[in-house]
Design a protein around this ligand. Structure first.
Ligand code: ADP
Ligand code: MG
Length: 326
């Protein structure tokens, strides 16, 4: 059964260091949420407190109608999948998955039946007798997922689950994670430092910075209406411009480049060009405005290509400027 989770003024200090600073966040039942932020911003500490692997310094964690702040990890209906998978090297795939049921005193026949069900769910049924060392990274990841799900948690916590995979596999497994979450209908909280991953997966993206939540919202909200300069810069694809009435962000694909000046355009000089496939990223120096990056479609770039060093003019529609707080 999916249940909602709520963190209330959740705080973690390590000595004098405040790693998670009084965060308030609600996760609706059945949500795919991503905690997104740079290394050291407190993502893992938050996740470990929710899992019960880390003591809470202050604040509360409410799962469904229960305050689980001081409940032991195994009694929480949560399950955690670790970054390095932490499979037992001497146990077969089947025994790895059945392990947490064994700890809970469930008989052998039942726990193997459940473990086989989960292995089938992640397409690993035919690997049941192998040892972890006889599996590829992607296969180990699936086994770790099956193991985390075998206790039928209401909440699955995943700490950088894709970061050990190569880029190709990472994208494939991310699709599978999303499919699995939809099928199971349970809440997933997925920690990542990758903007792409969070935007691709999450119903709810929570951007963290220095132990605090900068912004929480849907992927489109975060991308189109970043609240702060930090979010605009971290999520990428935006330019932060200082205007007389404060800081604004404008999406790189909303910047127009022309060879001749027009109304309201700004003179700039091309400093770098990167071909990215469907788009071309053009960096320019625009005087007082500093660096401006435009994302131009491949076709329109090559219709009227310009070179590094060339003088151009940049413009944008006022309606595409998005005001930032502070
Ligand atoms: P993230 O997962 O976002 O990279 P963490 O939650 O791991 O961030 O860490 C947040 C901050 O807390 C970092 O500055 C880190 O060095 C510190 N930290 C994490 N775990 C411990 C610990 N066990 N003891 C002391 N400091 C820690
Ligand atoms: Mg971490």
């Amino acid at each position: 059964m999916p249940v909602a989770l709520e963190c209330i003024s959740l705080t973690k200090s390590y000595g004098d260091m405040v790693a998670v600073n009084a965060i308030d966040q609600k996760f609706e039942a059945g949500t795919y949420a991503c905690l997104l932020g740079p290394s050291g911003c407190g993502k893992s500490s938050t996740l470990r407190m929710i899992a019960g692997h880390e003591m809470v310094t202050s604040g509360d964690i409410i799962l469904g109608s229960d305050n689980i702040t001081d409940v032991a990890p195994a009694k929480r209906e949560t399950s955690m999948m670790f970054q390095n998978y932490a499979l037992f090297p001497h146990l077969s795939v089947l025994d790895n998955v059945a392990f947490s049921l064994k700890v809970r005193g469930i008989d052998k026949a039942t726990r193997y039946k459940e473990a086989e069900k989960l292995l089938d769910l992640v397409d690993m049924g035919s690997y049941r007798d192998r040892l972890p060392s006889q599996l590829s990274g992607g296969q180990q990841q699936r086994v770790a997922l099956a193991r985390a799900l075998v206790t039928k948690p209401s909440l699955l916590l995943l700490d950088e689950p894709l970061s050990a995979l190569d880029p190709f596999l990472r994208i494939r497994m991310r699709t599978e994670l999303k499919r699995l979450q939809r099928e199971l209908g349970i809440t997933f909280i997925h920690v990542t430092h990758s903007q792409d991953e969070a935007l691709a997966l999450a119903d709810l993206v929570i951007v963290m910075n220095e132990g605090k939540i900068e912004q929480a919202g849907s992927a489109r909200e975060i991308f189109n209406q970043p609240k702060t300069e930090f979010v605009a810069r971290f999520i990428g694809g935006h330019n932060v411009l200082l205007q007389t009435d404060g800081k604004h962000a404008i999406r790189a694909d909303k910047i127009a480049i022309t060879k001749s000046a027009g109304e309201g355009t700004v003179a700039a000089q091309v400093s770098a060009i990167e071909f990215l496939g469907t788009t071309v990223s053009v960096s320019m120096e625009a005087g007082d405005l500093g660096e401006i990056v435009a994302s131009v479609s491949e076709n329109s770039f090559f219709d009227d290509a310009y070179d590094v060093g060339e003088k151009v003019h940049v413009g944008w529609e006022a309606q595409d400027l998005h005001k930032l707080a502070g």
